[in-house]
Design a protein around this ligand. Structure first.
Ligand code: BDP
Length: 681
């Protein structure tokens, strides 16, 4: 062997072992095509053709027969897979059911390492909710509110004339995980979305999405009649206003016969609404519901309301909406954020769930990581959503919405691992009983399985998957630890909600937008007293839970400072004081992310270099940010507590004055890149 081959050999070996570079655009749908499977299907529409096509292209197992068969149990979207002696039978009552069944089979095949397999038993799947919907906070100027993955997918300028491959790829990805609705535009809605020219653009998208069972919905601005047609009022009790909405709805349905309906943010954060005219949320919602009802459309009316009054912000939605229970039309669903404040890394559930027995409710979850490190930090959110379901039984909900994390970035979500949250949202909306672990397993193998290597069961490779799964499973808790443990919330910097600013105090700004409103830290202690001695928010929860939360010694420690203001020396279950325990959590958060770096490196030989390196570099940012969070919060709180850091705690590497100077000049809430952050430090 000469010197050149000796040098080249490791390089060649390395090239063979490393998977081809991938930018992540294929999401979890990377299966090989050209399988030419034997698929028999009746004649049908575009949805059935899509199902047949997907199976023909990728299914490697025995022949399949697709059958449409009335079946009450399966409803309009369920399916059944029956193994017969010589083939599989996939039955459903509708073409959509068959499409979901086809994707289910392909998912099982991929989970089997991409090898042909035969289900041993009959499989029956029926979605838990009829409405599994993404909310895009996309503006018509192409920006995305709280979006961290580039600009909007919708190129409004070039629609309706021009399409994009991405529109179909988007619909297909959603169908593959059972998402069947999409609200295209921001809840802070421009009235222009209802102008004739925009409805035509929306129609063009609806036409692309339809074969994939994906319906379109729009967010509407309650004052649209005034903005678009100069009506003098938007009062829901005004006949001309109601007529305007009826006509507008007719206009939409003429172009989009299966249009889903409206999502409305009203009288919230400056948006117009019925309360501007002394009417209730129910009166506003019902007026729109009456316009939509003849066409089968629905209204999703958001309960995200709060004003800078005296009442604790966490109590306000309940105070305003509970008295309206039973007053909404049948085709109204009240959409409630999972927690009572606003998508914090950890919140208790919103007490509105369970409080409105006569009103259909849907949960609004946030997939985009507005408060969990944007697209820079890994935070797999399925464990957070499962935590929510522990308190709010899935059966008590009518539907599920998720605020999308999708943009026009090549890998759709910015962070390669953030795709798992889009995926997990869809899977949980279909079946909330699935475990976060099982979803992580499914997603990881479909997303990272080497397409070149045939065998996937090597011991080392399994260890790599285990490492990646550990990152996912521990990531959300790590974020909670380094950002706001023990029930702390809203310590974010003004505006962008990325970095820490527990000291933030902008003269004249709304107090309920300031961190000090939430942490209430002073010389004596820290936390928001929502017990019966404080704002009494606990009383909005069912009695037995309220009693548990009311007592600082029985309140789960993960919610402690959400419900209690406690002295720094309050004894914790661990035997530590509250101050020591806070220090311990912040340090733990930093250590956990450092561990993610090591775990990630284990996956290197088994995944492609492009995604590997991107995640590796993002983890560096995450570690830096975790240290930033820890130092900022602990140095600031230490100034108040006057207590020393526990011996074993890793010492800060910043000073408080340094950190107070960090100002991320983030326009449109884009996350900073490492250089910007560094130059800001
Ligand atoms: C907050 C966001 C804001 C949204 C608002 C909402 O900061 O951008 O408009 O929620 O949900 O989380 O309406």
């Amino acid at each position: 062997m000469n010197i050149r081959t000796t040098l080249l050999l490791p390089l060649l070996l390395c090239c063979c072992l490393t998977a081809k570079a991938e930018e992540g655009s294929r999401l979890w749908l990377r299966q090989a095509t050209g399988a030419e499977a034997q698929v028999t299907a009746p004649r049908g529409g575009a949805t059935l053709q899509t199902a047949t096509h997907e199976l023909r292209e990728a299914w490697k197992g025995q022949p399949i027969t697709l059958r449409l068969k009335k079946d009450k149990f399966l409803g309009s979207e369920g399916f059944r897979i029956t193994p017969l002696a010589d083939r599989l039978e996939l039955t459903a009552a509708t073409e959509r059911g068959l499409l979901y069944g086809a994707y289910h089979l392909l998912r099982l095949q991929e989970s089997n390492g991409g090898h042909a397999f035969t289900p041993q038993q009959e499989i029956t799947e029926v979605p838990a909710y009829d409405l599994r919907i993404l909310n895009h906070w996309d503006n018509i100027d192409g920006t995305v509110e709280r979006g961290y993955a580039g600009s909007s997918l919708w190129d409004w300028e070039s629609l309706p004339e021009q399409g994009s491959d991405r529109y179909e790829a988007y619909a297909r990805a959603n169908a593959s995980i059972g998402i069947n609705g999409t609200v295209l535009n921001n809840v802070n809605a421009s009235p222009r979305i209802l102008s004739r020219s925009y409805i035509e653009k929306v129609k063009a998208l609806a036409d692309v999405f339809r074969p994939y069972g994906l319906r379109v919905y729009l967010s509407v601005n309650f004052a649209s009649p005034m903005a678009l047609d100069s009506l003098p009022t938007a009062d829901p009790a005004d006949k001309a206003v109601a007529r305007w909405w009826k006509n507008k709805v007719k206009e939409i349905y003429r172009l989009i016969p299966d249009f889903g309906g409206f999502l409305v943010k009203a009288n919230s954060e400056g948006q117009p609404g019925p309360c501007d005219y002394g009417r209730t949320h129910a009166e506003g919602a019902n007026m729109l519901a009456d316009a939509l009802a003849p066409h089968g459309g629905i209204v999703m009316w958001r309960a995200f309301v709060y004003s800078p009054g005296d009442a604790d912000r966490a109590k306000q939605a309940y105070i305003e909406f509970k008295p309206l229970d039973g007053k909404f039309r049948k085709n109204v669903i009240v959409q409630v954020k999972n927690g009572p404040v606003d998508f914090q890394p950890r919140e208790p559930y919103s007490p509105l769930f369970g409080a409105m027995q006569q009103t259909p409710l849907m949960a609004e979850l946030q997939i985009t990581q507005e408060y969990l490190g944007h697209a820079n930090h890994v935070a797999y959110l399925a464990p957070m959503w499962k935590e929510f379901f522990q308190y709010v039984p899935p059966t008590s909900l009518r539907a599920i919405a998720g605020v999308s994390n999708i943009g026009n970035s090549p890998n759709w979500c910015g962070h390669p691992l953030a795709q798992s949250n889009w995926y997990a949202f869809g899977r949980l909306a279909w079946n909330p009983a699935l475990s976060a672990e099982a979803i992580a397993d499914e997603w990881l193998v479909q997303t990272f399985r080497s397409l070149e290597r045939q065998e996937t069961s090597g011991v080392d490779e399994q260890a790599a998957y285990k490492a990646m799964k550990q990152i996912l499973m521990e990531s959300r808790e790590a974020v909670v630890n380094y950002m706001m443990p023990l029930g702390l919330h809203h310590l974010f910097a003004w505006g962008h909600h990325y970095g820490p600013e527990p000291w933030c105090d902008i003269p004249g700004a709304r107090p309920d937008w300031m961190p000090s409103y939430y942490h209430k830290a002073d010389k004596e202690g820290i936390g928001f007293d929502r017990s019966s001695r404080g704002s009494n928010a606990v009383a909005q929860y069912p009695d037995s839970l309220a009693r548990l939360l009311d007592d600082a010694y029985s309140c789960p420690e993960q919610f402690l400072l959400w419900f209690h203001h406690l002295p720094w020396n309050h004894p914790m279950q661990s035997g530590n004081s509250l101050w020591e325990e806070l220090c311990r959590h912040y340090s733990l958060g930093v250590r956990e992310v450092r561990k993610f770096q090591q775990l990630w490196d284990r996956a290197r030989p088994y995944i492609d270099e492009e995604r590997f390196l991107l995640v590796q570099s993002l983890l560096k940012i995450q570690v830096r940010d975790a240290v930033w969070w820890k130092d900022a919060c602990l140095l600031y709180f230490q100034e108040l507590s006057g207590l020393p850091f526990p011996d074993e705690m890793e010492r800060p590497i910043h000073t408080l004055p340094q950190l107070k100077q960090v100002k991320l000049g983030i326009s449109n809430y884009e996350c900073p890149d490492a250089e910007l952050l560094d130059s800001q430090r």
